[in-house]
Design a binder for this molecule. Structure first.
Ligand SMILES: *Cc1c(COP(=O)(O)O)cnc(C)c1O
Ligand SMILES: [Zn+2]
Length: 420
């Protein structure tokens, strides 16, 4: 059924059987799932994929699960939105947003990776699933675990947004917040994973979990009419999604679903948590950890596990990267909302703000096809923008009061805050 052959160490190349392992026993390199691409090439076609349900499992041959997928039946296949108004604003003719604000069931890209990780947890016979999270992963693990009937324990930094605590606890998960940042949480969770034998989706199931992120890229390629974009701007936190989207594009070429085509992949980080972009700009492979300080909490990881692979994917593609300050992130959130009707969380504000910089730097040209990744929903992080928006006008329920207000506002058209 599956086309998976083994786990392989990305550094020394040693093979391991498919199991809940994530680092190489000899060199401590990360392990990655291997596939038999020749067999997949013979088995897949565009037409067969197009006939399948609109979820991430339409690319099942390139995902590491056995048997019929049952987790995440409504996850993935989110819209690729053509942005006419935003594109006009930025001077880009073919601008798209890949909109994971409406990924189901928890409104972020994490529903993709968790669907794969929890499928695997069930195959391996785990009864408790867990994760170290900056927030969105927590809500996704909690929701998918509930539906799968698994116990769930969530670890997050204490500073996480309320929506992410409520949005995990509601599913029956045990939520534990840690006095420390994400990197502290992650360190603790590695110890807990060893001692308690739970399935930590982003630690001991990491090789399977990360494969789910490829579907973001698969969908972009299919939705562009089985073509690659000239540019894609991706956020980076721990460094999962960016290299996996690049891998997804290359796999589609490898198995013949798309013809040759080049793409540039660009990395976006918040200025207050940008260790990867700093290394990229310095031209080094050495990522110096930072202490995160940004409103973009879901991407506030100061010591990214896969930062090196982000650098490699960006450089190999000829892409670039930049940072966005908190005010730039907020402006970009408002701009996307007021031009396209899409409310992104700060991670999305970060990618759009960085895309704007890449356009200004002329790294992205007006007639090229550009995809901006919007990976999470602003309704989960209202705190981030609540103070930065126009406050509502309050009046009594009397026509005269409204007349006076209307007069004062100078007509019916609301000033478009942020759409400068
Ligand atoms: C987790 C997350 C990311 C990216 O994280 P990686 O670890 O780099 O894959 C981006 N956006 C949102 C909203 C997230 O929750
Ligand atoms: Zn190794």
């Amino acid at each position: 059924m599956s086309y998976v052959t083994s786990l392989k160490c990305r550094e020394c190349g040693q093979d391991y059987p498919i199991s809940p392992l994530h680092v190489c026993e000899t060199c401590f390199g990360p392990l990655e799932v291997q596939y038999d691409y020749a067999k997949i090439r013979a088995a897949v076609s565009r037409q067969a994929i197009e006939r399948r349900p609109h979820n991430l499992w339409r690319y099942r041959e390139l995902l590491p699960v056995e048997g019929e997928p049952e987790i995440g039946p409504c996850s993935g296949f989110t819209p690729l939105v053509r942005c006419e108004r935003l594109g006009a604003e930025l001077g880009i003719k073919k601008l798209y947003v890949k909109d994971d604000t409406v990924n189901h069931p928890t409104l972020s890209y994490k529903d993709r990776v968790v669907s794969v990780a929890i499928s695997k947890a069930r195959e391996f016979g785990f009864t408790t699933v867990s994760c170290a999270s900056t927030g969105n992963l927590a809500t996704a693990v909690a929701a998918h675990a509930a539906r799968a009937g698994l116990n769930c324990v969530i670890f997050m930094p204490e500073s996480v947004e309320t929506g992410k605590i409520v949005g995990s606890t509601i599913y029956g998960a045990r939520v534990i917040t840690i006095r420390g940042n994400y990197d502290d949480v992650n360190r603790l969770c590695s110890e807990i994973a060893d001692k308690y034998g739970w399935a930590f989706v982003n630690i001991n199931l990491r090789p399977y979990y990360t494969e789910g992120a490829k579907t973001f890229g698969f969908e972009v390629a299919e939705q562009l009419g089985w073509r690659l974009p000239d540019h894609i701007v991706m956020p980076t936190a721990g460094g999962t999604i960016l290299p996996k989207v690049a891998k997804g594009f290359k796999e589609f070429r490898e198995v013949g679903l798309i013809r040759d085509g080049e793409f540039k992949i660009h990395c976006a980080q918040a200025a207050g948590s940008a260790p990867v972009v700093h290394a990229l700009h310095k031209g080094t492979d050495l990522i110096t950890p930072v202490k995160p300080d940004t409103i973009a909490k879901s991407i506030a990881i100061g010591n990214p596990a896969d930062g090196f692979y982000v650098l490699r994917a960006v450089r190999e593609s000829g892409g670039w990267g930049d940072v966005a300050t908190d005010p730039e992130i907020i402006d970009a959130i408002k701009l996307l909302a007021s031009t396209e009707g899409i409310f992104a969380e700060p991670a999305g504000g970060t990618t759009l703000a960085v895309a704007i910089k890449l356009i200004q730097q002329k790294r992205i040209k007006p007639d090229e096809t550009v995809v901006v990744a919007i990976t999470g929903n602003g309704y989960k992080t209202v705190e981030a923008v609540a103070q930065a928006i126009e406050q509502p006008c309050v009046i009594e329920a009397r026509l005269k009061e409204f007349d006076a207000l209307y007069e004062r506002l100078g007509g019916s058209r609301r000033p478009l805050a942020g759409a400068a």
